[in-house]
Design a protein. Sequence first.
Length: 404
Amino acid sequence: MNNQNSAPDLKKIGLFTELPAKRLDFLALKLKKQAFGPGEQIIRAGRSGRFLGIIENGEVTLEMGPGQSLTASSGQVFGSEMLLKGKPSEFTITAQADTIIWVLNRSDWQAPSPPRPKYLPMLHVKKPVWITLVVTLALAISLLTLGPSLLDWANNTLPDRMVEKGRAGQAEDYLQFAVRLQPRSARLYGMLGDILVLQEKDQKAIEIYEQALILDEYLPWIHNNLGVVLMRGDEIELAVEHFESAIDLNPLNTTSYRNLGNAYYAEEKWGFAAVAYQEALELDFTLSETKATWAGLILNERRLVEARLVWEDVLRADPRHALALQGLGVVSLLEEDPGVAMLYFDAAQYLDPDDINMHLYIGMALAAMERPLEAADQYHYVIARGSDPDLISLADTLLEIVLE
């Protein structure tokens, strides 16, 4: 394996196309390269992998069962459901040749980006705690001697350097000491909160962010990052308040609008979510995932033509965007063209075979094409495999209709 090869360009992968450049840089630094030999199993179906795999070179097979397999090769990805939703692998994935894969873990995907230069986590050997404390104490004494200008320089650079070398714990120790030296610095508390989030110390990070806002409530990036951590803990209403504060303080930040939209979406406040997503798109209309989600929300408002145009725009940028294909299939159904709808649904299901909604939509298209028995099979699948009571109830009702 050639470890000198550079990581893949995430901007060219559909899942990442909506992300801003700084977030892409952050995630690229999280990628880890792994090599597999011919016949070596990467993951077994049903196992919780919690990662996305990007194939640099080689070839793998994805098996769902006897006689059901797909082949993926250089440039293709697998594991989007594991990454996005934490689902177990639907496939048993095996290398068919010498294969190199870049791996992005779900924990890295979910970690909020620090507002300052992004960090490169690396494996490291932990130094004894006393060495860390002695170094930090010596540094603090030097900074007090050399004055506030050098103190500011150190606070802005040293924590990043420590994290870049895989020493997030030392960065935390340093910032804990720094806030003792400058207890009125909201920015230092915010930086400490970011370090704690990187270490998945969410509750402690929340307390530190709140302390920062007590000192200075006019820092939008702290409101935004606190909102992200609160959302991870299912405290959606509080997260909404902080995203709104971040927007009030910096109305040109697309990330805060998108986070606000996600929060409203989680609360099923569709109208508010649509407004927040639209605000983000007015600032940056290249956000493919946001566009695709927004189109679904405005479709519920009977803005059918506008939704279709948005999904078509998403597909021009990414022809393999499953949600846009699904959306255009729904539009075709509403336009009473089930044959075209089936083409879109088949393509979307190939790209996202785990989406239970697709079976419902395909059943509706088959019913419209007067193929009731095939439609009934799709509804039976939803009833047997679905977990959403409303979805199951709808499938049951549609089943009764096609069997009449």
